[in-house]
Design a protein around this ligand. Structure first.
Ligand code: SF4
Length: 450
């Protein structure tokens, strides 16, 4: 399908987004909070209206899956990311963490890490998803004990190993035995040349393929992470096709935020975002894996508008599945095929999401590295619930610029990390969205304009 779209529109599939059940988020899972769209009332738009399943399936419920729909992001995040270390053998061109060759002696210790895990469990039920990232988390020899510690406390733990020789077969099997729920592996191109150039080390592609094979052997569910930049944008359709045969549960597409080693000029334009997001909607109708975006919450708007027969990427819209004009609605194929599942609401930086770096610093996300505390001295639960930065990020009425006057601000809200990276204001408008808010609608509501 993507190839056909390229031929017809001279465009290619950009990246990012999570579809179905809905929509963008940080990292591993997706989300969707549809409040306000179309009526600005703050009420939620039922996902079922746009064809997304809301209910956990019975078989998973029997296996003890949490009731994700009861998540209140003011009380608990959907996902907690812990950067175990910044040590990594790769030299990725876009690396958020600005990874280094060796471990920092100031990293959280094993005991401190277990304390962090216990803090995560204090958020209560449903428990947040806990993701171990890096750098390369496999550079820490205690990673298996930490996975087991999380699992023992009832957490779903996922891990993002780097595509290096450190990810040996026995380690993947040991992760599985420790209770790991999902492996998230980065693949940024359909070919050796594209991926290795992106990752900065020859051989990374081959190591990534080995990790995928080991995970398949170990029966560990796999998510593929892809960061979209101008260097791999043209390759996205080919990559999407390659993924069809890999047996993955989710394709998580990250839209570049110019932080760390990522540079503004490496990203794609707002118009390209719109094209990519529309292509992901189409792709989601046919691929055997879920699709989710990170740092592109405008995907939620695109999904909603496509259901109404609207598209803003210059290509002809179909009838829309909401209008009954024959358009096929997105299918959430592959939804909940492992213990991870998807967020039931729209996750955004600090809103359903919290990040702890290798030194224990607490931030709204790894792409929005504003320190709000440190787990060595502060309570993670309190910081997430009460810190002014987090509270502001969860209040769509505080958004500025066109995001602040947008009827999709609760549903979408724009990437807070990109707004901060490109304007210095984490409540400012998303720089990579083509949408111009509905002025007439806001006037009717008595809204104010900046
Ligand atoms: S203007 Fe902002 S809130 Fe509205 S759709 Fe675009 S990014 Fe989302």
């Amino acid at each position: 399908m993507i190839g056909r779209l390229r031929a017809a529109h001279g465009y290619d599939l950009g990246h990012t987004l999570t579809l179905p059940a809905v929509i963008d988020s940080q990292a591993v899972i997706a989300s969707s909070q549809f409040a306000g769209a179309g009526n600005n009332s703050g009420g939620e738009i039922a996902l079922s209206r746009i064809g997304f399943p809301l209910q956990e399936d019975a078989s998973l419920a029997e296996r003890g899956r949490p009731d994700l729909q009861s998540v209140d992001f003011d009380r608990a995040p959907f996902i907690v990311i812990w950067e175990l270390t910044r040590a990594c053998a790769l030299a990725c061109v876009h690396c958020r963490a600005e990874a280094i060759p060796h471990r920092d002696p100031r990293e959280l210790t094993t005991t401190e890490g277990v304390g962090l895990i216990e803090a995560v469990s204090r958020f209560g039920r449903p428990a947040p998803l806990l993701v171990f990232t890096g750098g390369d988390p496999l550079r820490r020899p205690d990673v298996f004990d930490l996975v087991a510690a999380g699992t023992a406390r009832g957490l779903r733990v996922a891990l993002t190993p780097s595509g290096t020789a450190a990810a040996r077969r026995e380690k993947i099997f040991r992760l599985k035995a420790s209770g790991l729920a999902r492996l998230a592996v980065s693949l940024d191109g359909s070919t050796v040349a594209i991926h290795d150039a992106f990752r900065g080390v020859r051989g990374s592609y081959d190591w990534t393929m080995r990790i995928l094979n080991y995970a398949r052997e170990a029966e560990l569910p796999v998510q593929i992470n892809t960061t979209v930049t101008r260097y791999n944008r043209e390759d996205l359709p080919a990559l999407a096709e390659r993924l069809r045969g890999m047996g993955i549960v989710l394709w998580s597409i990250f839209f570049l935020v110019p932080t760390g080693r990522g540079r503004k000029e490496d990203g794609v334009s707002a118009g390209e975002y719109e094209e990519i997001l529309n292509d992901l909607v189409d792709l989601s109708r046919s691929v055997p894996y879920g699709i989710k975006t990170t740092e592109a919450p405008q995907y939620r708007r695109v999904v909603l508008e496509r259901g109404r027969g609207i598209r803003r990427d210059g290509r002809a819209a179909d009838g829309g599945w909401e209008t009954g004009d024959g358009a096929e609605q997105p299918r959430q194929v592959g939804f909940q095929t492992d213990a991870i599942g998807r967020a039931p609401k729209g996750v955004n930086d600090g809103n359903g999401f919290v990040f702890v770096d290798h030194l224990g610093n607490i931030a709204p996300s790894g792409f929005l590295p504003i320190k709000a505390g440190n787990v060595r001295t502060d309570d993670l639960v309190e910081v997430y619930r009460q810190h002014p930065i987090f509270r502001e990020l969860r209040d769509a009425e505080r958004l500025r610029g066109k995001c602040g006057r947008c009827e999709y601000r609760t549903l979408c809200g724009g990437s807070r990390a990109r707004a901060y990276a490109m304007t210095g204001d984490y409540l400012g408008e998303e720089p990579c969205c083509v949408y111009e808010p509905n002025v007439e609608f806001r006037i009717r509501q008595g809204g104010k304009f900046e």
